[in-house]
Design a protein around this ligand. Structure first.
Ligand code: RB5
Length: 149
């Protein structure tokens, strides 16, 4: 069984989230969908905090958050202790965000990237391992500042 990914979106990315869910399921991933569950207007921080807290608590190793730009989601998710959320709109950043930064939440903008580019970014992010080494020490500095440990 492949890992289960925590996901969430606001109304601006509701349809986008549904598409991405289908894509991830077709690849064998489990999904825990924290909402939103309709296109009705809602507030992105609510979902960013839910997904961020679930990842921070260790219930899920990785999360994905979608809004119009991905920006609101990343700002909000990064307020949760232990979260390293990144917004990506191309695969190179997605790769480095895992390899060097050990990001644990990927944010995408439904109004920025099309579904096929989003899928490419997601594949890259999910399939790239953290390199550790000198990057480990840098990420540890962030964690120490963030979590005091
Ligand atoms: C909603 O209109 C939009 O502001 C939101 O989806 C997101 O892009 C915020 O960063």
């Amino acid at each position: 069984m492949m890992e289960t990914i925590a996901i969430g979106s606001d109304h601006a990315a509701f349809e986008f989230k549904e598409e991405i869910k289908k894509y991830l399921e077709s690849k064998g991933y489990g999904i825990r969908d924290f909402g939103t569950y309709s296109p009705e207007r809602t507030d992105y921080p609510d979902y960013a905090f839910k997904v961020g807290e679930a990842v921070s608590a260790g219930e899920y190793e990785k999360g994905m958050l979608f809004c119009g730009t991905g920006i609101g989601m990343s700002i909000s998710a990064n307020k949760v202790k232990g979260i390293r959320a990144v917004v990506c709109s191309e695969p190179f950043s997605a790769k480095m965000a895992r390899a060097h930064n050990n990001s644990n939440v990927l944010c995408l903008g439904a109004r920025v990237v099309g579904i096929e580019l989003a899928e490419m970014i997601i594949d890259t992010w999910l399939n790239t391992k953290f390199e550790g080494g000198r990057h480990q020490e840098r990420v540890e500095k962030i964690t120490k500042y963030d979590c005091g440990r």
